[in-house]
Write a protein that binds this ligand. Structure first.
Ligand SMILES: Cc1cc2nc3c(=O)[nH]c(=O)nc-3n(C[C@H](O)[C@H](O)[C@H](O)COP(=O)(O)OP(=O)(O)OC[C@H]3O[C@@H](n4cnc5c(N)ncnc54)[C@H](O)[C@@H]3O)c2cc1C
Ligand code: SF4
Length: 523
């Protein structure tokens, strides 16, 4: 009997990761369903189905390949590892360095006592991420030496990653096509009549159906298991990736920032849930997109845009998480204190068509695409001064691809400007942005171009109220100077009306019902 067990975390579902021994005889593979984690937040039921079904499929795949797999429920991951070590007479545990702060703390703070713990880096050579934490901190150190300002810039990071990985460069190390980023070309609104291909759907197999009926009966969780569609195996994840590259990537760039009522998926890749469980590796998804470009099957603006999301934003966001934890959980630069509105959990309770659709998509699928997350769900919470941790909990619980390492920096850093590690101003926008990028406003009971008065779109008076409230902090930003000039041109009456309508609207917003519990540290 080997004295080593191999702990495969629920997000480490890849044969290539070193938490899976190369040879089945090297030791038992231990997989744990943590009761504490399962109850930590009011998870969307489809997210629970996804994670549990993916774990169980992976365990079955390993068993079929000759591994001994001990898949057990335990009060927590740490207790599960200890119990498994005792069951198998092991003295040594091999695992990947956890992606979330709480489990990382729990494992590295001697919680395993007498057991020797070998933790492989979660990034860099052999890991899931393209960068190791040390490489990330090395880059941060360089930036801090070079720059007087403390803001870390994603575009600088992205260029560094492109050069480091040698992607989309010409023979002289310059960007192919002459530009590092085609972001400015990727902001087209979606023309009427242009339809995306149907989004992938996987009929649940017997194992998934079993999990669905189990999870359906769990209380204090959100959403329904019905309509579950997400890939739960590597084979299915590869199908999603192939389908994206052959059918959607071509238009991904053009319509990346577009929104359309009733269509949650558009031309997005839908690979985030698979990437975050390691069913896909970021390197392979980027290689597939680049191969499509080489074949002439996808234009540069689309491929560069996609590569930027994966090697740029995804790695950068993860780095920010490790840089800013645990303070990131309480970051609240704008001192926003209002409760999360109830309609985030119950979308039918709002008449705001854009919010009802975006939050409704999360309730239905555990998913909304990036611009819905940032410019609708995030933007509203920003303007409504929602306490950041409350929005973070909603994102973490509600999305099939959400883990704290990725949702928290996106919520706190990008959507709410609660932390200024990588942003110099909030992504605040009035209704005209939503109107330009979507078809929502046509069917809405609110008037998109009215700033105040009956039926005025709340995004308008909330936007101006927000900008006025935070003038002292924001007016130095040269990109906002014009905006404050406009505010100053209006008379006092107009400004008072905006403030009064915003205050009345915010006071009337129904807060989320009490009763959900959120245990950030449970693991
Ligand atoms: C407020 C907010 C919360 C978010 N929470 C999450 C989350 O919990 N989990 C998550 O994976 N992404 C999160 N994102 C990032 C992004 O919205 C999703 O990755 C994307 O919508 C997933 O859908 P897709 O796979 O179809 O992505 P696509 O639009 O097709 O993009 C391709 C891939 O790029 C990566 N990516 C793009 N932008 C980001 C980003 N800002 N951060 C990290 N990865 C990125 C993802 O892996 C994504 O799968 C959040 C963004 C915002 C603004
Ligand atoms: S009018 Fe306002 S609330 Fe209605 S869809 Fe447009 S932006 Fe959203």
């Amino acid at each position: 009997m080997s004295d080593t067990i191999y702990f495969v975390g629920p997000w480490d579902l890849a044969r290539e990761l070193p938490c899976v021994p190369a040879d089945p005889d090297q030791g038992v593979v231990v997989m744990i369903e943590s009761v504490a984690k399962g109850k930590a937040l009011p998870w969307h039921r489809q997210k629970l189905v996804l994670v549990l079904s993916a774990i169980r499929h992976f365990a079955a795949e390993l068993e079929a390949a000759g591994y001994t797999v001990d898949l057990a429920q335990a009060p927590s991951y740490v207790e599960g590892i200890r119990a498994a070590a005792a069951r198998h007479g092991a003295k040594r545990v091999v695992a990947m360095r956890p992606r979330e702060w709480s489990l990382d703390q729990a494992l590295t703070q001697e919680a395993l006592e007498e057991l020797e713990l070998v933790l492989h880096p979660s990034g860099g050579e052999g890991g899931h991420f393209l960068l190791s934490r040390e490489e990330w901190f090395g880059w941060v150190g360089q930036q801090r030496k070079k720059n007087a300002t403390k803001t870390l810039r994603m575009d600088t990071f992205y260029r560094w990653m492109r050069k480091r990985l040698g992607l989309l460069l010409d023979g002289e190390g310059k960007p192919v096509g002459g530009k590092w980023s085609y972001d400015a070309e990727n902001r087209k609104s979606i023309p009427k009549g242009v339809q995306p291909p149907p989004a992938p759907y996987f009929e649940p197999d017997e194992l998934t159906r079993e999990v669905m009926s189990q999870v359906a009966g769990w209380r204090d969780r959100w959403g329904s298991v019905e309509g579950f569609r997400w890939p739960v195996t590597r084979a299915q994840a590869l199908e999603v990736l192939d389908g994206f590259v052959s059918e959607r990537l071509g238009e991904f760039g053009d319509y990346q920032d577009g929104m359309r009522g009733g269509d949650a998926f558009l031309w997005h890749s839908l690979i985030s849930s698979s990437l975050n469980l390691s069913l896909l590796h970021p390197r392979e998804v980027v290689e597939e997109a680049l191969a499509a470009y080489e074949r002439g099957d996808a234009p540069l603006n689309a491929v560069e845009g996609f590569v930027r999301q994966v090697i740029g934003w995804r790695e950068f966001i993860r780095g920010v998480y490790w840089l800013r934890m645990p303070e990131l959980r309480s970051a609240n630069l704008l001192d926003a204190r209002r409760p999360l509105p109830r309609f985030y959990w119950e979308p039918e309770r709002t008449d705001m068509a854009c919010l009802r659709d975006a939050a409704g998509s999360v309730l239905e699928h555990g998913y909304a695409h990036h611009i819905q997350r940032l410019m609708v769900l995030g933007n509203f919470a920003l303007l409504a001064e929602v306490e950041p941790i409350q929005l973070s909990h909603w994102f973490w619980a509600g999305f099939v691809d959400a883990y704290e390492w990725v949702e928290l920096p996106n919520v706190a850093g990008m959507a709410l400007y609660a932390d200024d590690t990588f942003t110099t101003k909030p992504y605040a926008a009035s209704a005209s942005y939503v109107n330009k990028m979507s078809d929502y406003c046509k069917g809405c009971r609110y008037a998109v171009s009215k700033r105040t008065g009956e039926n005025a779109c709340p995004f308008n008076f909330l936007f101006w109220n927000f900008m006025a409230r935070h003038r002292e902090r924001l007016s130095d930003n040269f990109r906002l100077k014009m905006l404050y000039k406009t505010w100053d041109r209006w008379d006092d009456e107009e400004r008072d009306t905006i403030r009064a309508q915003a205050a009345a609207f915010l006071d009337e917003l129904e807060p989320a019902e009490q009763g959900w519990s959120f245990e950030d540290d449970a693991c």
